[in-house]
Ligand binder design. Structure first.
Ligand code: NDP
Length: 246
C-alpha cells in the first residue's frame, strides 16, 4: 500500500513545472489527484493520460487562480466528484520581475491575485471539505526570506505573505487535525526559471551546491508533508534551495 492510498489531492497550477511534478508524485504515492491550469489544456490532458497510463488517477480542471468564483467552484467540484478532499497544494504562481519604478499597479494586482489571494481563497474553500488528517501545503519561495538582487520586490513581497498565512492557519486548523506548511523552493528548472536562462548563472553563483533543483525535488518534500509521516510538521517553512539562503 502506498502512503497516500485513498486520499484525494488538489494541486493548483498542475499542468507544468513544479505543479506537474507534484501531481505525478502524489499520484504515484496513491492519491487521486485533481489539478487546475489556465492556459495549457494540451499539457494538462497529456499529464492526465500519462498518469492514467501508469495506473494512477488524475483529473484536470481549467480555473484561473485569479478568478475567485472559478477557483472556489473547482475546489467544490473536486470534493463533490471525488467524495472528499484531503490535500490542497497551493502551487500556481507568477513572477513579474523588473525595476521597482516600472512595476505597474496591474502587475501588483495580478501578482497578489494569483500568488496570495488565490491561496487564501482555495484554502478557505478546501477546509470546508477537509477532515482530521487534512493537509495544506503552499509553494512559496526562498525569496520570501532573503532577496539577493534587485528587480524582485513585488514577487518577494507576495511570497512572504505565505509565511505568516501558514503560521496563522496552522493555529486556526490545528484543533481540526489539519496541518499547514509552506515549501520555499530556490532556483528550480521550469519554464518560469529555466536552468539555461539569462539569469541562471547568477542564481547558481549564490548556491552552496551550484546546481538548479529539479521539480521532483520539491515534489518529494510536498509528498512527505502530505503523508502520515509528515503529520508533526506544522506551521513551518521548508526551504529547498541548494543552500542559496544559507
Ligand atoms: P511555471 O511557470 O513553470 O508553471 C506554472 C504553472 O502554474 C503552470 O501549470 C500554469 O498553468 C499554472 N498557473 C500559472 N498561473 C495560473 C493561474 N492564474 N491559474 C491557474 N494556474 C496557473 O512555474 P513553476 O513551476 O516554476 O512555479 C510553480 C510555483 O513555484 C510558483 O508558485 C512559483 O512562484 C514557485 N517557485 C518557483 C521557483 C523556480 O525557480 N521555478 C522558485 C521558487 C518558487 P498553465 O500551464 O495553464 O499556464
Amino acid at each position: 500500500m502506498s502512503s497516500l492510498d485513498g486520499k484525494v489531492a488538489l494541486v493548483t497550477g498542475g499542468s507544468r513545472g513544479i505543479g506537474a511534478a507534484i501531481v505525478r508524485r502524489l499520484a504515484r504515492d496513491g492519491a487521486t489527484v485533481a489539478f487546475t491550469y489556465v492556459s495549457s489544456p494540451d499539457k494538462a490532458q497529456a499529464l492526465v493520460q500519462e498518469i492514467e497510463a501508469a495506473g494512477g488517477k488524475a483529473r484536470a480542471y481549467q480555473a484561473d487562480a485569479a478568478d475567485t468564483a472559478a477557483l472556489q467552484a473547482a475546489v467544490d467540484r473536486v470534493a463533490a466528484e471525488s467524495g472528499r478532499l484531503d490535500i490542497l497544494v497551493n502551487n500556481a504562481g507568477i513572477f513579474l520581475g523588473g525595476a521597482f519604478e516600472d512595476t505597474t499597479l496591474e502587475d501588483f494586482e495580478r501578482t497578489m491575485a494569483v500568488n496570495v489571494r488565490a491561496v487564501f481563497v482555495a484554502s478557505q474553500a478546501a477546509v470546508r471539505h477537509m477532515g482530521d488528517g487534512g493537509r495544506i501545503v503552499s509553494i512559496g519561495s526562498c525569496l520570501a526570506d532573503r532577496v539577493p538582487s534587485a528587480g524582485m520586490t513585488l514577487y518577494s513581497m507576495s511570497k512572504s505573505a505565505l509565511s505568516a498565512f501558514t503560521r496563522g492557519l496552522a493555529r486556526d486548523l490545528g484543533p481540526r487535525g489539519i496541518t499547514v506548511n509552506v515549501v520555499q523552493p530556490g532556483s528550480t528548472d521550469t519554464d518560469m526559471n529555466p536552468a539555461d536562462g539569462a539569469h541562471a548563472e547568477e542564481q547558481r553563483g549564490r548556491m552552496a551546491i551550484k546546481r538548479y533543483g529539479d521539480a521532483s525535488n520539491i515534489a518529494g518534500m510536498v509528498a512527505w508533508l502530505a503523508s502520515e509521516e509528515g503529520r508533526f510538521a506544522n506551521g513551518a517553512a521548508f526551504t529547498i534551495d541548494g543552500g542559496a539562503n544559507a
